[in-house]
Design a protein around this ligand. Structure first.
Ligand SMILES: NC(=O)c1ccc[n+]([C@@H]2O[C@H](COP(=O)([O-])OP(=O)(O)OC[C@H]3O[C@@H](n4cnc5c(N)ncnc54)[C@H](O)[C@@H]3O)[C@@H](O)[C@H]2O)c1
Length: 283
């Protein structure tokens, strides 16, 4: 399929071996887009054990996969917790390919330190979640949106929300607040950018089997005397039991929804927050 032929897509948080960012970059490339992938350089202690074992090389591995699909791929390292780096990311993407047609705000703060009751939540953790999950999304929308308006050929922005964009779970105050606010930002930006034929939507996954790093899971595994992978497998198996469609979501499930919202066939859809959750939540 060549739905996105001639388009340029920027995907943040794209370095994970089984993450939504990588799956999205590959799906958009399969649809014909050239890709800019971005992530932060992480210390080994902040990487999931599966990536360390596999010798995964983050964005460099993903770049090779995109290129193997016959598309061009540019890598930009960027720490989204540093607000000043966000306009530089957009600028570098545009100076490399000449334009951004599609922006996918996928990155999020590494989870785990936030998994405490609100009365125990550290203010620095709260701020970090808001910085990466919300302020960086606002800034990327602002600067990519400006460039799309200047170019005058429309565009698509897709924000990766969560089931936590629509309902809270215990011990998720920072994550849930950031993901709810992302939906408000999606709706407001959709209205501001609609006159320029730029759509802004969110995709809200339920729990996914992504091997993402979680400090909480690392601590729990240590306490229970099992490996992080063993603990994770239990979490995934338990979660799957509660999902009406009978399985946990995969990054590719989300990537296909993003590709739909990024393509011309969804041009009359904007300001929406679409669930990809196997039937766990309907609004
Ligand atoms: N995994 C799930 O179960 C799940 C469920 C619902 C929603 N989501 C959402 O899907 C998206 C992707 O999830 P995932 O599990 O693939 O992600 P993840 O937890 O692996 O994180 C995504 C990426 O963000 C990057 N990142 C972290 N800090 C950063 C920083 N300071 N600057 C730049 N990049 C940074 C990470 O390096 C990683 O590659 C997220 O927005 C997440 O909230 C995931």
């Amino acid at each position: 399929m060549d739905n996105l032929s001639g388009k340029v897509a920027l995907v943040t948080g794209a370095g994970g071996m089984r993450g939504v960012g990588r799956a999205t970059a590959l799906e958009l490339a399969r649809e014909g887009a050239d890709i800019v992938i971005s992530d932060v350089k992480r210390a080994a202690a902040d990487l999931p054990p599966q990536e360390l074992k596999a010798g995964w090389r983050s964005l460099e591995s993903v770049q090779a996969e995109v290129q193997a699909l016959g598309r061009r791929c540019h890598v930009v390292w960027c720490d989204l917790s540093a607000a000043a780096q966000v306009p530089q990311l957009i600028e570098q993407a545009i100076s490399h390919f000449g334009a951004i047609d599609i922006l996918v705000n996928n990155a999020r703060a590494i989870i785990g330190r936030d998994k405490v009751p609100v009365t125990e939540l550290d203010e620095a953790v709260w701020r970090r979640f808001l910085d990466i999950n919300l302020t960086a999304v606002f800034l990327a929308t602002k600067f990519a949106g400006r460039a799309m308006i200047r170019r005058g050929q429309g565009g698509a922005i897709v924000n990766i929300g969560s089931e936590n964009s629509k309902r809270a779970y215990p011990c998720t105050a920072a994550y849930t607040a950031s993901k709810f606010a992302m939906i408000g930002l999606t709706q407001a930006a959709a209205l501001d950018l609609a006159p320029h034929r730029i759509t802004v939507n969110a995709v809200c996954p339920g729990m996914l089997d992504t091997d993402r790093m979680s400090y909480w899971e690392q601590d729990q595994a240590r306490q229970q005397g099992v490996t992080q992978e063993e603990f994770r497998a239990r979490v995934v198996a338990d979660a799957a039991k509660a999902i009406p469609l009978g399985r946990i979501g995969e990054s590719e499930d989300v990537a296909r929804a993003v590709a739909f919202l990024a393509g011309g066939k969804s041009g009359f859809i904007t300001g929406q927050a679409i669930n990809v959750n196997g039937g766990t939540l309907f609004h």
